[in-house]
Write a protein of this length. Structure first.
Length: 168
């Protein structure tokens, strides 16, 4: 299956994804394909549904470290940070989003081993952004009402381009 970046308002981006029951060769291959797609698209993270997969999969590459996560969940959070975020599913759109400064995430790695990631700043923001995606939450919903109104023309353009590409 050839993966592609799904853009707003495709339905899969609004859906909470399915829990991965078994990490097999197929899941490992999907994680590898997602990582390649994320790199080609010049992103820092990619969630399963952004690649068209109804699976709780996340890949992240921040500061030279790669994370391939299965069923990630935020288990601890503290502090606040405002971070300028972009998103591969919203090409060209950047918003200031209030996030937790530090998070701890529990997930399985691509070998099925449980891991806990304690993150702050950039990695914490990317983890929150991608975990939001697999829960059907787009980063625009985290923006202030003022920002959403201000970026409405850019959002309309993304929606129009997506509708044009889907019907093509």
């Amino acid at each position: 299956m050839k993966l592609r970046i799904h853009t707003w308002p495709e339905k899969i981006l609004k859906k909470k994804t399915s829990v991965v029951e078994n990490i097999d060769a197929d899941i490992k291959q999907k994680l590898d394909e997602m990582l390649s797609l994320m790199r080609v698209s010049q992103g820092a993270g990619l969630a399963g549904n952004q690649a068209g997969l109804d699976l709780q999969l996340v890949v992240i590459e921040v500061q030279g470290k790669v994370y391939k996560l299965v069923n990630p969940v935020i288990i601890e959070k503290k502090g606040k940070i405002i971070f300028r975020e972009g998103c591969l599913s919203f090409p060209g759109l950047e918003l200031d989003i209030k996030r937790f400064k530090e998070v701890s995430v529990r997930a399985l790695d691509d070998q099925g081993q449980e891991l806990i990631i304690h993150a702050e700043d950039l990695l914490a923001v990317v983890l929150q952004h991608e975990i939001d995606h697999i829960n059907g939450i787009a980063f625009v919903s985290r923006a202030s009402l003022f920002q959403r109104i201000k970026t409405y023309p850019a959002l309309r353009k993304i929606i129009k381009n997506t509708q044009k590409n889907i019907s093509a």
